[in-house]
Design a protein around this ligand. Structure first.
Ligand code: AHG
Ligand code: MN
Ligand code: MN
Length: 348
């Protein structure tokens, strides 16, 4: 009897890329390069540091005014090196001031959040890296920013690494979502789950409720109704989770559904929420849509948005398509016609 041969990450992604009808070789090499960087990062995270913590602030503020921690910088160095090694042209990271050109003539562009959930570092919580790969458009050598002004419909591939009890890669090249886990002994990524689909009907929401007093009416109504549970208009109990890192929240939603929200709110500077469009919202929206879910900013599908500036923010509502549709209906309802209860039909 023939032994069952385990297919490698590159074989699986090559099949998927063929199915998606896209260019594959360079994209898969880049994903493999990022896997190498993630394996090194995972090892660094798992090793107790003799000289202070990876979560220590190291002074400088990044593009967005967030203070960089030591691990933000380590992650940026590893990711940028992997991208350059894979021939990436335009490169945009949360940790760079703006778009760079790594390799002139490079046909792929990479947008990356090298270290997501950095406030979790100090508490040994889940952290990750989020990425989106675009084609480098004409003229990108002169102006690498052009690559990141495309809508999310230009994304060729997207994924995230999750550094948790296991290091996992959630990835799509446009033909479904597959999940791999890092085997620390071989440093290879092995397939855990293929063609992941949101199960539907999730009754769980993720939002930072400490911001409740700043929410706008549509979000307040939705959460109020969830909190009212079986006694409220939804007639069902909901559960709540907030991991403090989008990778962990989105990973959970891919497994058991529900919604994740980082909405716009009334605080100055939060008119478009907190998360960055190009390297946080777009890759996650790509993955969630590929897994049968939906992602909106309250009005427009996230994948139909394009960034007017590289580090632009976007409100993010993603997860089960039915719940995202209810949230969109609430956002589309004129304030003076707000229903007494928000039991809106999905079509409404
Ligand atoms: P980053 O560490 O790259 O700045 O991103 C953290 C993000 C996201 O992962 C998480 O969902 C959110 O910020 C948490 O924000 P709050 O601290 O406002 O809850
Ligand atoms: Mn982030
Ligand atoms: Mn980050």
């Amino acid at each position: 009897m023939l032994a069952h041969r385990v297919r490698s990450l590159s074989e699986i992604l090559t099949d998927r890329a063929r199915e998606a009808g896209g260019r594959s070789g360079e994209t898969i090499s880049l994903i493999e390069g990022l896997c190498g960087a993630a394996a090194q990062l995972a090892q660094r995270v798992a090793t107790p540091a003799a000289d202070g913590s990876l979560g220590d602030y190291v002074g400088a503020a990044n593009s967005d005014g967030d203070h960089q921690r030591l691990l933000d910088i380590v992650a940026e160095e590893l990711c940028q090196k992997a991208a350059a090694g894979a021939g990436v042209g335009p490169y945009l990271s949360e940790e760079t001031d703006g778009p760079l050109t790594l390799v002139r003539g490079g046909r792929l562009a990479l947008a990356i959040d090298p270290l997501d959930g950095s406030s979790n570092i100090a508490v040994n919580g889940v952290i990750g890296s989020i990425f989106a790969i675009f084609p480098a458009p004409q003229g990108a050598d002169r102006d690498p920013g052009l690559a990141f002004a495309q809508t999310g419909r230009g994304v060729i591939a997207a994924g995230f690494f999750m550094y948790g009890p296991q290091t996992r890669l959630v990835v799509s090249v446009g033909a479904g979502v597959d999940i791999f886990a890092l085997d620390p002994a071989s440093r290879g990524f092995v397939l855990m789950e293929e063609r992941v689909r949101l199960p539907g009907g999730g009754r769980e929401f993720a939002i930072n409720a400490a911001n409740a007093r700043y929410w706008r009416e549509p979000v307040r109504r939705y959460i109020d109704d969830c909190l009212a549970g079986a006694d409220g208009p939804r007639g069902e109990n909901f559960n709540m989770r907030w991991a403090g890192s989008m990778v962990a929240d989105v990973y959970r939603i891919l497994g058991r559904g529900g919604v994740f929200l980082y909405p716009a709110d009334v605080r100055p500077g939060y008119e478009r929420g907190r998360l960055r469009l190009v390297y946080e919202a777009l890759p996650m929206a790509f993955l969630v849509e590929q897994a049968g879910g939906a992602a909106t900013d309250g009005d427009t599908a996230i994948l139909d948005l394009s960034a007017a500036k590289p580090h632009q923010r976007a409100p993010v509502i993603l997860g089960d398509a039915d719940e995202v549709a209810i949230l969109r209906s609430l956002h589309m309802t004129p304030q003076d016609q707000f229903p007494r209860t928000s039991r809106l039909s999905v079509a409404g």
